[in-house]
Design a protein around this ligand. Sequence first.
Ligand SMILES: [Zn+2]
Length: 339
Amino acid sequence: MEWGTLRAEQPVVTQLLQHAVWRERLPHAYIFEGEDRDEQLGAAFLLARAFLCSNNDPAAKPCNQCSECKRVQSGQHPDIIIIRSDGLSIKKAQVEFLQKEFAYKGMESTRKAYIIEEADKMTTSAANSLLASLEEPEGEALAILETENLHFLLPTIVSRSQVISFRPLSEASRQAHLREKGETEEVAAIKARVGNKPTSLEDGERTNWIVQGRQVVIQLAEEVFQRPLQAKWLLQDKWHTHFNDREGLDTGLDFLLFWYRDVLYTKWGREDLAYPDQLERLKTEALNRSESMLAAQMKAVMEAKRYLAANVNPQLLMERLLLRLQEGSNFASSDWHSL
Ligand SMILES: [Zn+2]
C-alpha cells in the first residue's frame, strides 16, 4: 500500500499519520481499529516503513534508497516484526519473543517497528506482558496494534496507545470487496448496503435470502407502479412469508427504499445502484415519476421503518404503506396515526 491509495479511502487517517511521521511526533503505540483488516494492516506496514526510513519526507514517503528502506525491500525486514495469532490466540511467549528481539537488535540499529495483527486475540498474560513494554519502551520502537474489536483490548493498553479509527468502507469499495470474494453483482450491491442484516442468518443463508428478497421487492415495486390494485395480494402471497420477522421486515423496507432511490438516481444519471441489473425497469419508472413523487415514496418507506420500530402490526403497516406508495404526495402523514 502507498499513501495515495490509503488517502482515497481514509483521508483523515492518512493526513494524521503523514504529519506525525514528518514531524517525528509518533507515540510509542498506535491502535488501528476498524472493519477492514486488509486496509488496516496495509496502513500499518506503510507506517512502519515510513517510520524506519532515515530520510524525512514531508509526505512521509519511504525513500526506497536508504539502507533501512533497502532492508525492508529485500523482503526480510528484520526491523519490522509481525505477530499474529495461531488461529485462536496470541500467546505470552510470542510477546516475550518480540521483547527479546528488540532488546537484542536494539544494539545494532536505531529503530524498530512491530505490528500485532488481531491484537484483541492476545491472552490476558500476553497483553500484560505487552503492557510492561508500553510502560517502559526501550529505544526507538513503534508498536502498531491492529483490531476489528477495540472493546476486547485491555483498557490499560488502550489508554497507553493512540487510537486511530478507520472509517467504514464506502458502499462502492465494500461492493468491490464482495465481488472479489465471489458474490454476484446483484447480491454484492445489496449486501454492501445492508451490511450483515438480518443478523439472525448465517452468511451463506443471507445470500439466498437476499436473492429471494430482492425479487419480492422488485415485484412489489412493479405492481405498485403498473397494477396498484393487485399489489396487496402480493403482500399476502410473498412479502409477509419472506419478510416474516421484525428485523427481516425492516431489511425488506431498506430494499424497497433502495428501489425508489435507484429510480431517482437513474433520473439523475447516477450509476451507483442497488439494483444494477434492473436498469431498464428503473429507467421506465424514472420517466414516469416526478422527483417529488419519488421523494414522497422514499419518505413513506422511511416513516414505515419508524412505525415498525414502534411495534405496530406488520400487516396493517404494509397495507398502509402500499396506499401511500400509490398515492404519493396526496397522502397525509396523519394517516399513519390510526395504526
Ligand atoms: Zn528510506
